[in-house]
Design a protein around this ligand. Sequence first.
Ligand code: NAD
Length: 454
Amino acid sequence: MTSPQQLEALVHQQKTFFSSGQTRPLEFRRQILRRLQEAIEKEEAAIIAALAQDFGKPPFETYATEIAILLSEIKFLLRHLPQWVKLRKVKSSFLNFPSRDAIYAEPYGVSLVIGAWNYPFQLTLSPMLGAIAAGCCAILKPSELTPATSQLTARLIQENFPPEYLAVVQGGPEVSQTLLELSFDKIFFTGSVPVGKIVAQAAAKQLIPVTLELGGKSPCLVDETANLAVAAKRIVWGKFLNAGQTCVAPDYLLVQESVAAPLLEHLAQTITEFYGSSPAESPDFARIINERHFNRLKGLLAQENVYAGGQTDAARRFIAPTLLSGVTWEHPIMQEEIFGPLLPVLTFQTLPEAIAQVNAQPKPLALYFFTENGKAKEAVLTRTSSGGACINDTISHLTNPFLPFGGVGTSGHGNYHGKASFDAFSHQKSILMKPSRPDLPLRYPPYADKLGWI
Ligand code: NAD
């Protein structure tokens, strides 16, 4: 179902369903969330199998980063939704006396969710949770690069929900572009910066509100006060999870010169601890998504800079967890988001110099800083800009539903997760309610000498 006429008819069906008001009652939204929770639990084995088929994702990683994250988000929404849907009273202004003022979270309507391939199940369904919670209908367009997971997502939605409420449309860029021509009330896009620009332009043509969850090069700083052994574990985990194909993975390390050598040793040891001396045989290390990305990454892998790893196997789309030392900003690997298991290590002498290096780049989706120095921590957090940040950890900030997740600058705009997901699909309607009496005359013409009264 991907012809322009079929897609237009689907949007029309969803608009009609949305207009019927059926998606709005709190109990309807909660029932749908519960049904989805059951469906995900029931399909756990199938989800794990689909991701293993698409790119050899280890079952533990699929459970933790695709399934558990969605289930905990559903629980959070179920718990807090009754509060969020209430009319939120605010103070009224003296100017409008007497009035009662409130904010109503109004569902945008029919939304389009376009997903990326790297966490293909979660990145499509998680925004959809926000749409359901807010009372919207949704059409999901998962990535074409993970056919098994996209097929499973389509089946799961089709078996549990009517298409006039939630539907999955499969296909590549052409299908996305056809969808982007249609008149949605909200677009939620996860993907690359170049495609984000295409989506933003399409949304702008119709003035459709859009959330852009994009990528970029997320820096990871390590200063000389850091606990290097712990830093190494948390960096290796965050970088090589999903074989580095994570939007918030540390893209590159910026390490204080004085500790670069011992940190590299710790990192190399940790890689062996986590994935063994032959990572190609490790059941805990994913594969590169496709041949194009395998070749792109291989092209970025300059053997003269390899400190550890560096092995590749085209037949299995395997690239070893790799540390690259002696890298400078001029190197090709520093010109694009790496999105794979290659970790270049650059150095700095002083913190202001490191901050300047970060600030010379487009604003990243995440920034990580390993330090035991409170002043340094404050300086980095307040003098750099990034979508999110962790001190002495990587990636984990996105698991807290109380923290809105999103980018800034070229890494995107808008947020989701927890309440932010609900807000992403809601219009904050400001309402002023006035009784007919008294009807104070001050504001009405003729103004005559009323200026003197105020
Ligand atoms: P992508 O931009 O190539 O594709 C994303 C989606 O857009 C897919 O569904 C694809 O079919 C569609 N698409 C591709 N080309 C299109 C076009 N010309 N017109 C309209 N739609 C098009 O991204 P990807 O390769 O799937 O994902 C990797 C990128 O996504 C990385 O940059 C990564 O950092 C980013 N990402 C960001 C987040 C986040 O939460 N901020 C999460 C995951 C991935």
